[in-house]
Ligand binder design. Structure first.
Ligand code: SF4
Ligand code: SF4
Length: 341
């Protein structure tokens, strides 16, 4: 698989990266086989997080004998030196390694003060000096914060949701990172499942300069689709451009990106991250997974919404979340009635 240089890290990464969040959902043996198959297929960048339960362990099991050939990236939600160091030690053990190539802070809400000797950034630098981590990255879902990360000049990489649905402000981040030689890693290249045509999104990413899409993979079929595209990359043509244009028209700007920021604080435990885009999901993907008794019960919780507004305050896309939820509940009922499910 072709490779490119991931900004100032100098790491040569495969054009496609493996996103390991979904392997939490499959058995250990299936996950190990899948990760190994990805490696055998030429993928050398594997991204996970301490918060993705057993995903690090599965990667460690699959790749420890080829450790020097792969680039392992993980993240910590730790917001103190102590919790971050604890996460880091656990990651090393899970990966069966003594270093991490790219260690990222997972969606913090503020930048760590680099001059605070007990701060998170100073701790990361210390780990870097001692050879436990090679590069330091940051992940974010908020364009203003992502710009601040890049402007700080402290981080070697930025991971941000990017795909052909991204806004001009978000796409400008790519140029800014390229100008400053900061590696760009794209999370949610399929927009949290709303983009279902792998060929469209894959081809769009090939046109971007120095952006590493990290595909969330949990099945042989998904992996095979991307490996086949890598072997015979389609050229951007009118048909693909037309597909992208139609998607942009259908999805528009105000759809839920499933970042999940708002969901944990909802006092009525509404599964907002998916409920707020359920209508689109049902129109664009097979419905079996979303008309189960559990999902029906989750969707009905929308009726309990008390309009407290917490979700609106947390949404980086300024969505009117309660209205979006109500609209999606109506579409959900219509869909179930129409399909008799
Ligand atoms: S406004 Fe409704 S959906 Fe949003 S957090 Fe409050 S109860 Fe939950
Ligand atoms: S409503 Fe906003 S904050 Fe909540 S999951 Fe969707 S995009 Fe994220």
């Amino acid at each position: 698989m072709d490779k490119f240089r991931l900004g100032r890290t100098g790491l040569m990464v495969s054009l496609s990266g493996f996103g390991a969040l979904p392997i939490q959902r499959i058995s250990k043996s299936d996950a190990v086989k899948l990760v190994r198959k990805a490696y055998d297929g030429g993928i050398n960048f594997f991204d996970t997080s301490r918060s993705y339960t057993d995903s690090e362990e599965k990667i460690g099991e699959a790749l420890s004998d080829v450790r020097r050939n792969v680039i392992l990236a993980t993240k910590s939600y730790g917001r103190s030196k102590e919790s971050m160091l604890q996460d880091f030690q656990t990651s090393l053990k899970n990966f069966k390694t003594d270093y991490v190539d790219l260690y990222q802070l997972h969606n913090p809400s503020e930048l760590s003060d680099p001059d605070d000797p007990d701060g998170i950034f100073a701790t990361l630098l210390d780990l870097k000096k001692k050879g436990y981590i090679r590069y330091i990255g940051m992940t974010s879902h908020k364009v203003d914060f992502a710009n601040a990360v890049v402007d700080s000049g402290l981080y070697d990489t930025l991971m941000y949701p990017l795909n052909y649905m991204s806004t001009p402000d978000e796409l400008a981040l790519i140029d800014k990172c390229n100008n400053r030689d900061i590696g760009v890693i794209a999370m949610k290249p399929l927009s949290g499942g709303l983009i279902y045509n792998a060929k469209l999104t894959y081809t769009w990413f090939r046109e971007q300069k120095n952006v590493l899409p990290v595909w969330g993979l949990s099945s042989d079929k998904e992996l095979n689709d991307f490996l086949a595209l890598e072997k015979n990359p389609p050229a951007m043509d009118d048909e693909i451009l037309d597909g992208i244009r139609k998607d942009k028209e259908e999805l528009g700007g105000s759809y839920c990106r499933s970042c999940g920021y708002c969901t944990p604080g909802c006092p009525k435990k509404i599964p907002i991250y998916l409920a707020a885009k359920m209508g689109l999901v049902l129109r664009r993907t097979p419905h079996e997974t979303y008309v189960t008794p559990e999902w029906k019960e989750g969707m009905e919780r929308i009726n309990d919404c008390i309009n407290c507004g917490q979700c609106i305050k947390k949404c980086p896309y300024d969505l009117d979340v309660p209205s979006l939820l109500k609209k999606n509940l109506i579409e959900y009922h219509d869909y179930c009635e129409l399909h008799n499910v």
